[in-house]
Structures are given as structure tokens and as C-alpha cells.
Design a protein. Structure first.
Ligand code: NCD
Length: 342
């Protein structure tokens, strides 16, 4: 299954199988998707992340919560921010972390994914953090690992990127407060964006007032309106009076055929420039999961400007990943988060 093409299918998305991420008491065992999780769990992740954000501001940025645990970063796809912030998060929780470089691992000698996993299990690991180009890969791994192992999805194909969505929710809550009063506009390549899918689920679950997407017709999934969002094809109309604008990268590596006239034309219609930003509220924030492509989806002066919180997202990613890792490994972090302990 994990070797098939990466377009999400109904059998992988929106069915009850995702419930494997909860244990019998409704607590997180794996973190595979935001879909199907209630507002209580999402809010509890955000609240726990607040405590870890405080830890990250201390002189000694470390707590002993996951001491003795072994975590494996298993990235089958490129990553800068996600892999390194997971690594930092694990280290700040005092876990041991291994980074497996797939391009130099035995996968290149023909070892199957399940055999690789079994070998890592034999090394008595506790958690796999998985990024894979196939939708459903993290779910597949979670349903094949030993019962004591937890899996976190760090991005699977076009399907989901739940930790990114949660760090985005954390950023929105920190800068804008209550979701109920907010207008959030997501702009760009919705069709290929696992980030946007997870964001929309999270924004809906947290009862966001108005969630809208803005993209050319060729880059909007057919079923997007079923997710309860309004669709715009005109940037000026879509970002009007927005509180939050989330820009997405054009995921050219996932595009088949000519979905776009040219980057230049895309930028002139959908690139967020200082001029286009004027339609949003005066205090609107601008977000982007990265990597950003300056002059393709966003003007440099906007990316680096006073409304941009793009680097705050990166910083908060550590606290949010610390929260999710500690919750998934089944501890009660509140009891152990304290001052400069070490
Ligand atoms: C995103 C991803 O990999 O899905 N990036 C990230 O994790 N920060 C978005 C992207 O690649 O454009």
C-alpha cells in the first residue's frame, strides 16, 4: 500500500479507521490526523503547548518528561523545519532521538518498510515520527507496529500534516485569541496541500467563525466545499477583512500536467503583495508553513514585514511538538513541567 501513488483515496480518508489513534480512554496513542478529534483534545494540546512554550523561554530549555524514551525520526521525504523541530522537541523533553537517513539506509538495498520497522522495534524504540510521500503511510505504520509504540504523522502525501496544523492553531490563538470571531483565509495550492486539509479540520473543530480558501480553479479539490469552507477565485475578495491569511507553497513536485499558466501569472493573480494585503484587516497576521517561495506566492516585503508571523510559527512548532509527544507517550506533563530543573 505505501508504494502506491500519493493521491488520497476514500479508503484512507474520512473513515473510522483513524480511530486507532485513540486508546480505550479516548486519549491520544498515535497522532495521525486532526480529523475525528474533538475540540477538547485540540484545546488540551494547545494548553499543554503553552506550558512548554514557557520552558522554551527559560535559560535551561529542558524538562525530564521523556527521559529514557527512544524516538526515531523516520523521514522518507525532504524536510527542514519539521524534522529539526521534532528533534529539538525530543531533546528538550530529555528523550533520545535517532534520525534515520532513508537515502543511506537499507531501504535502498530493497528492505521493505515493514522489515525496517521490525528492526527498529527490536532496538526497543518507543515512538516513530513518520513523513512519507504516500497518503495513509503513517496510518499503515501505526497499524503494524508493536502495541507499545506510538506513531506521529509528520506529513503523509496529500493527506494530512496534523502537527503543522496544531502549531498553526497555536500561533493563531496566541496572536488573535478566540477562534469564534475570526475570518481565516487560506490561499494557494489547496489541491496538493496536506497542511491545508489539516488546518481546515482543526479550524472547524475549534469553531472558527469564517474559513475560506482562495485559489485558481485548477488548484481546488472538488470536495472542498463539503469541508464547510467558502471558495474564492479572486484574491482581493477572498482576503477582504481577514484576520488571518495563510499562504501555501505551489507543490510542483505533486503536480501532474499543466495546472498553472506560469509562475509569473500565478504571482500576479494570487501572490500576496503589500498592496493586496491592504484588503485584509489592519492587524491581520500573515502565515506560511514554509518553505516559502519569494516572488511566487508571497512578496519578500510581506514575508519579512511586521504582519508576518512565519518565524513565530517555527518557534511555536517546538512547544506544540513537545506537547503532542508528551501526550502521546501517555504521561501527565502538567505534573512534571516546572522550572529550570537540570
Ligand atoms: C509543508 C509540508 O511539507 O507539507 N511544509 C512543512 O512541513 N513545513 C508544506 C510544503 O512543503 O509546502
Amino acid at each position: 500500500m505505501v508504494n502506491k501513488p500519493s493521491k488520497p483515496t476514500d479508503s484512507l480518508i474520512g473513515n473510522d479507521n483513524w480511530n486507532i489513534q485513540l486508546d480505550r480512554n479516548g486519549r491520544l496513542k498515535h497522532f495521525l490526523t486532526v480529523e475525528g478529534l474533538g475540540s477538547e483534545i485540540l484545546t488540551s494540546i494547545l494548553d499543554t503547548a503553552e506550558s512548554f512554550a514557557n520552558v522554551n523561554e527559560q535559560r535551561v530549555k529542558k524538562v525530564p518528561i521523556l527521559r529514557g524514551k527512544t524516538i526515531v525520526n523516520l523521514f522518507f521525504e525532504a524536510s527542514t523545519r519539521t524534522r529539526t523541530t521534532f528533534e529539538l522537541a525530543a531533546k528538550r523533553l530529555s528523550a533520545d532521538i535517532l534520525n534515520i537517513n532513508i537515502s543511506t539506509s537499507a531501504t535502498t538495498k530493497g528492505e521493505s518498510l515493514l522489515d525496517t520497522l521490525q528492526n527498529l522495534q527490536a532496538m526497543l524504540c518507543d515512538m516513530f515520527i513518520v513523513r512519507h510521500s504516500d497518503s495513509g503511510a503513517a496510518h499503515f505504520i501505526a497499524s503494524h507496529v508493536a502495541p507499545h509504540i506510538s506513531v506521529i504523522n509528520a506529513g503523509d502525501g496529500w493527506h494530512a500534516h496534523p502537527t503543522q496544523a496544531m502549531l498553526d492553531m497555536f500561533t493563531i490563538r496566541r496572536f488573535k485569541g478566540d477562534f469564534g470571531n475570526l475570518r481565516v483565509a487560506i490561499v494557494g495550492d489547496l489541491l496538493h496541500s496536506r497542511v491545508a486539509r489539516s488546518q481546515i479540520h482543526a479550524l472547524n473543530t475549534l469553531n472558527t467563525g469564517d474559513v475560506r480558501v482562495i485559489a485558481p480553479r485548477t488548484l481546488v479539490p472538488n470536495d472542498i466545499e463539503d469541508m464547510g469552507v467558502k471558495v474564492y477565485h479572486d484574491l482581493a475578495k477572498g482576503v477582504k477583512d481577514a484576520d488571518v491569511i495563510i499562504m501555501l507553497r505551489l507543490q510542483k513536485e505533486r503536480m501532474q500536467g499543466a495546472l498553472l499558466p506560469s509562475e509569473h501569472e500565478y504571482y500576479s493573480e494570487y501572490g500576496l503583495t503589500e498592496d493586496k494585503l491592504k484588503a485584509a484587516k489592519d492587524d491581520a497576521i500573515v502565515m506560511h508553513p514554509g518553505p516559502i517561495n519569494r516572488g511566487v506566492e508571497i512578496e519578500s516585503s510581506v514575508a519579512d514585514g511586521p504582519r508576518s508571523v512565519i518565524l513565530n510559527q517555527v518557534t511555536y512548532g517546538i512547544a506544540v511538538r513537545m506537547a503532542i509527544m508528551s501526550m502521546v507517550l501517555g504521561r501527565e506533563p502538567e505534573a512534571e513541567i516546572s522550572g529550570e530543573e537540570q
